[in-house]
Design a protein around this ligand. Structure first.
Ligand code: B3K
Ligand code: ZN
Length: 879
């Protein structure tokens, strides 16, 4: 598992480690450029390891200062130390103590892995393989040890010193220095280690667990930002209570800390007792954060907290099992948000994200199973497939075996594997036991990559009173998997009579189906009786299985479902399906020069949503949001011409603006005058609806309508309204747009997190001048593009969201991304690799763009001194 080990790493090659580490005592003397780390480790041979094997520890860019075994310096010929490996030829046969001194340079650590500095604060990121950048260690998740961390620093530079576990000692030292000692009694893998040192502000609170223990809660941030952390604290307390009530999980230390830092490679990290967060997912006030930011903060605070059980108490045996903690923890945070907000709206948002990210990944060269079996760089497997599809697989398991067996299985998993480094097999065995079912076929969801296609054909026989479903499933080839077996696919369904009432689901044998049918073979026939009149089929309700569905539902069926389906998810899906069909037809028409098809039924359906929109504004906002340009591209799947898609979508938006003018205006008026700002979900739903309606209302470009957007922008008393209006203005070229961007900068220019929103909106403008704009913004003084958030906001949004401009017909969008990736790679290879994955759908483009994308990828692949992260993405994208 070393970084320089012959690649790739294979699941089939897993072996227990030859040595295990029982305790880790770290003594860290913080210094900006020369931090000294003394690690004292109690080591013993693993009973199942190779007896007498040499000891091999991982390292990464390390400098060894000294090495002792049982207190005696080790002779030079007894060991070998390179920056990425420590080898001891003949360790003693029993237990021994190793003392390893290394020196590291946090200031020069631009990879943001291991110990680094962010705005003067020392902090760490160890997952997956960052601990080896601090000291030599068997840096793999199945080595669980008890950690004690002593941190020492200049008191003025770092008055706050934090570690995992509970604080056991602290005090002042000579020369203005001080120290703190933290002890974590729970054995953990090295990737959960963390420390922080800095001059930070704090807010304090507490939580009383269900067994009556008082836990101190702390959120640390930069000074001056502590007034933005109250919502995160509130979310944390709600998450702690919810996990006790719903999963029976109680917190297990005396203190729980969150530290917000501004330089972070991803969202947040679940280090034991000391979560470290990208400050974007902690800091929020109504004037600085949108409702969506609030929802993300709530979800991510909960996610990292929930890892305390699913991830930390029960960790992963190896990195192939990543979805054991990530898929499960995403499932848990989705359930939490559903309980805190609207379940239906949360489900729709989650499915939108799944399709946008995971379906796209599954359809391209980077497709991989939820549990991969081979990797070159584990960093590149923190993907939508592992996280989002990993969560879907658990949701699907719950549908397959039922909520009761699911709960019993979960309890069994949490009790049986507490303290273990476990596998997916261990997890699934608990549910097989709880349900008494053979889950062998279910397991294919972890092994087979790609999105199953499910086709449904229906036939009504009025004489016999039967309604027949003929269903096939198919799973196409994906990298490394030329042929597949049929999957276990649970489809929640209902049959709805013309009166809108649900009909009983009776089979020919007279049995009643409890709302779910399960596919196991390639083809199935289901015959339902008692239907003298034709019912309308509502299938894959709640998106019970993550599949691509094709049905023979007619336009009028879909409209019927959009009004009468008792399942809100399918009410939403039916409108999306209508819109997708129409946009695909219009895209094809625009490419061939034929007339665009008339879209009256869809427009009427949207009109009906608008008319009813005050009842559930958050739902209406989702229903009125058309499929994105990327959604249409994904549905097309090949020969994609983004300009044709854009033209079709703009045309439909104009039609909506013209035909539904009265309804849109009425809705805007009804949403006006809402009184003082409140962050609750109902108010947020009204704001979301107002922004979607404003966007459609202005879509015909009429001057006076854009004037309304301007007025809303100027009058906004919160970030959701202000940014919503700016997003609308951004789509209409001209001086008013530029004035709005300038006003926004004027107001928020000093606030980096808000500047990210400003950058992202500009990067997303679907016009020919955007590439120049993006380049100019990158060169603009005063914006720090060494910060991952800045880079993702500008370049990430451009490449991942802006379909027409990233995929410019002249290839300059591709060239730009390739250049940025190569430049960033030298400093931060994880962020560079993530940006490069924007090429993941290049093969679906029409031939001209496809050739240009390939050439850009080839240039990246051919560059000298590529990081392993970028090399892996480039090679797999081209394979
Ligand atoms: N476990 C971390 C992700 C670490 C990513 C390392 N490249 C955050 C999370 O999923 O909760
Ligand atoms: Zn996670």
């Amino acid at each position: 598992m070393r970084s320089d080990q012959a690649k790739p790493v294979k699941l089939a090659d897993y072996r227990v480690p030859d040595y295990r580490v029982l305790t880790v005592d770290l003594d860290v003397a913080l210094h900006p450029t020369a931090t000294r780390v003394v690690a004292t480790l109690t080591v013993e041979p693993h009973p199942q390891g190779a007896a007498g094997a040499p000891l091999v520890f991982d390292g990464d860019e390390l400098v060894l200062v000294s090495l002792a075994l049982d207190g005696r310096p080790l002779a030079p010929e007894a060991h070998e130390a390179t920056p990425d490996r420590l080898l001891i030829h003949r360790p003693p046969p029993g237990r021994f103590v190793l003392t390893i001194e290394t020196r590291i340079d946090p200031q020069a650590n631009t990879q943001l892995m291991g110990l680094y500095r962010s705005s003067g604060t020392w902090c760490t990121q160890c997952e997956a393989e960052g601990f080896r950048r601090i000291t030599y260690f068997p840096d793999r998740p199945d080595v669980l040890a008890v950690y004690t961390t002593r941190i020492e620093a200049d008191k003025a530079a770092a008055p706050v010193l934090l570690g995992n576990g509970n604080l056991v000692a602290s005090g002042d030292l000579e020369g203005g220095r001080h120290f703190a000692v933290w002890h974590d009694p729970h054995p953990k893998p090295s990737y959960l280690f963390a420390l922080v040192g800095g001059d930070l502000a704090v807010i304090a609170d507490e939580f009383v667990t269900r067994s009556g223990r008082t836990v101190a809660l702390r959120i640390y941030s930069e000074h001056g930002k502590e007034n933005r952390t109250a919502y995160a604290m509130d979310a944390l307390k709600r998450a702690m209570r919810w996990d006790e009530e719903v999963f029976g999980c109680e917190y297990d230390l005396d203190i729980f800390m969150i530290v917000a830092v501004s330089d972070f490679n991803m969202g947040a990290m679940e280090n034991k007792g000391l979560n470290i967060f990208n400050d974007k997912y902690v800091l929020a006030l109504p004037d600085t954060a949108t409702d969506q930011d609030y929802a993300h903060i709530e979800a991510i605070i909960a996610h990292e907290y929930f890892h305390n059980w699913t991830g930390n108490r029960i960790t992963c045996r190896d990195w192939f099992q990543l979805c054991l903690k990530e898929g499960l923890t995403v499932f848990r945070d989705q359930e939490f948000s559903s309980d805190m907000r609207s379940r239906a709206v949360k489900r729709i948002a989650d499915v939108r994200l799944l399709k946008a990210q995971q379906f796209a990944e599954d359809a391209g060269p980077l497709a991989h199973p939820v549990r991969p079996e081979i990797y070159n760089e584990i960093n590149n497997f923190y993907t939508a497939t592992v996280y989002e599809k990993g969560a879907e697989v658990i949701r699907l398991l719950k549908v397959l075996i039922g909520a009761e067996a699911f709960r019993i299985g979960m309890d069994l998993y949490l009790s049986r594997h507490d303290g273990d480094a476990a596998t997916i097999e261990d997890f699934v065995a608990c549910f097989a036991e709880a349900s008494g079912r053979d889950l062998g076929q279910f397991f294919l969801w972890y092994r087979q990559s790609g999105t199953p296609e499910v086709g449904v054909e229906t036939r009504h026989d009025p004489k016999a009173g039967t309604f027949t479903l003929d269903i096939r499933q198919q799973l196409g080839p994906t990298p490394g998997q030329p042929s597949k077996e049929p999957m276990a696919i649970p489809l929640a369904l209902g049959l709805i009579g013309p009166d809108g009432a649900e009909r009983p689901l009776l089979t020919e044998e007279g049995q009643s189906v409890a709302g779910v049918i399960a596919l196991s073979a390639g083809r199935h026939r289901f015959v339902f009786t008692g239907h003298p009149t034709r019912p309308v089929l509502s299938i894959n309700r709640g998106f019970s299985a993550p599949v691509r569905l094709t049905t023979d539902l007619t336009e009028s069926d879909l409209i019927f479902l959009s009004r009468h389906d008792s399942d809100p998810y399918n009410r939403w899906q039916s409108i999306q399906t209508l819109a997708t069909r129409q946009l695909i037809a219009a895209t094809t028409a625009s490419r061939t020069g034929a007339a665009a098809p008339a879209g009256r039924p869809l427009i009427d359906a949207l009109g009906a949503v608008l008319a009813d929109s005050q009842r559930d504004p958050a739902f209406a906002a989702q229903a009125l949001s058309l499929p994105s340009e990327a959604d249409i591209a994904r549905e097309l799947g090949q020969e994609v011409d983004p300009d044709a898609i854009q033209a079709a979508r703009l045309g439909l938006r104009r039609d909506i603006a013209d035909h539904l003018a009265d309804a849109l205006a009425a809705s805007l008026a009804a949403l006006e005058n809402r009184g003082p700002f409140s962050p609750d979900a109902a108010s947020a739903g009204r704001r979301a609806l107002a922004n979607v309606v404003l966007d459609l209302w202005t879509a015909n470009g009429a001057d006076e309508r854009i004037g309304l957007a301007e007025r809303r922008f100027a009058a906004a008393d919160n970030m959701t309204d202000r940014l919503g209006a700016l997003a609308t203005l951004a789509q209409h070229a001209g001086p008013r747009r530029e004035a709005a961007f300038a006003a926004f900068y004027e107001r928020h220019g000093a606030d980096e997190l808000i500047i990210d929103k400003w950058l992202a909106l500009q990067a997303g403008i679907g016009e020919a001048g955007t590439l120049e704009r993006v380049k100019a913004l990158m060169a603009r003084p005063g914006i720090n593009f060494a910060n991952p958030n800045r880079l993702r906001a500008l370049v990430g949004s451009f490449a991942m969201i802006n379909q027409t401009q990233f995929n410019r017909a002249d290839g300059l969008g591709y060239d730009f991304l390739a250049e940025v990736v190569l430049d960033v790679d030298a400093r931060n290879s994880q962020v560079a690799a993530r940006l490069l994955s924007a090429f993941r759908s290049w093969r679906a483009m029409e031939p001209g763009r496809r050739a240009l994308a390939q050439a850009a990828l080839q240039r990246v692949a051919a560059a000298p001194r590529l990081s392993a992260d970028v090399r892996d993405i480039a090679d797999r994208s081209l394979a």
